[in-house]
Design a protein around this ligand. Structure first.
Ligand code: SF4
Ligand code: SF4
Length: 217
């Protein structure tokens, strides 16, 4: 009910289906479900539905808002983009090292290759061409990445690390010919959970505002 105040139901279903079946961002339905559960727990602490029960708001509404936060950028309702939110809250990364341990590929765009090799000449033998994307190279020896310190989880080439590492948990995708940052929905990444939580809070508040502004029958 609440979600319908922000987005048309059919459009939501279409976007959700597309997001879950897309390989971009590698969001498996199981992983998304786990992440949504983690966000739900935190959202319940931030926004009590008791306060809004008289307006007909339910726990199901919270879940629906979280699903919406997974798939739309807040810039569609005049809020910050995924990039702006992530940049403003780098403290949400707990430096757990999972992204440096579990990522299946660390892409390097051809335009960043020179600078990477200038600062890390030893990388020359640690980079290979990406077979699928001709404009990209990728790091060899990942899972875990050999630049991650096994104990501190710090990156040995932090200041010149590839762009994909700087942006994580955002992933750049092509959306109808335009580049768009989506959040990689990882249930064990605190950064990702907090980003979806923050978006959910903003969407929830906006939906409640619209609900309260709605003319009574
Ligand atoms: S981005 Fe996420 S997975 Fe990577 S270190 Fe930070 S909290 Fe961990
Ligand atoms: S280059 Fe650094 S930030 Fe990127 S995966 Fe390796 S250790 Fe992590």
């Amino acid at each position: 009910m609440l979600r319908d105040l922000i987005i048309d139901k059919e459009l939501f279903m279409e976007l959700r289906e597309r997001a879950l079946t897309s390989e971009e961002g590698e969001n498996s339905p199981e992983e998304v479900e786990l992440l949504e559960k983690a966000v739900f727990k935190r959202l319940k602490k931030k926004r009590s539905i008791k306060k809004y029960k008289k307006l007909g708001v339910t726990k199901g509404d919270l879940n629906e808002i979280i699903e919406l936060a997974d798939i739309i950028g807040l810039d569609t309702i005049g809020g910050p983009s995924n990039y702006e939110l992530a940049k403003a809250h780098q403290e949400w990364c707990t430096i757990c090292g999972r992204c440096c341990t579990e990522s299946e590929s660390i892409f390097i765009h051809k335009d960043e290759l020179n600078i990477l090799l200038t600062f890390n000449p030893e990388l020359e033998n640690g980079i290979i061409h990406n077979k699928l994307y001709p404009e990209h190279f990728e790091l060899k020896d990942i899972q875990p990445c050999k630049f991650m310190h096994p104990e501190t989880k710090r990156c040995a080439i932090y200041d010149s690390r590839p762009q994909v590492c700087r942006s994580y948990p955002l992933v750049l995708i092509d959306s109808n010919g335009k580049a768009k940052n989506i959040i990689n929905l990882r249930s064990e990444c605190n950064y990702s959970i907090q980003l979806i939580l923050e978006k959910s809070i903003i969407l929830f508040d906006e939906a409640i505002r619209r609900l309260q502004d709605k003319p009574r029958p």
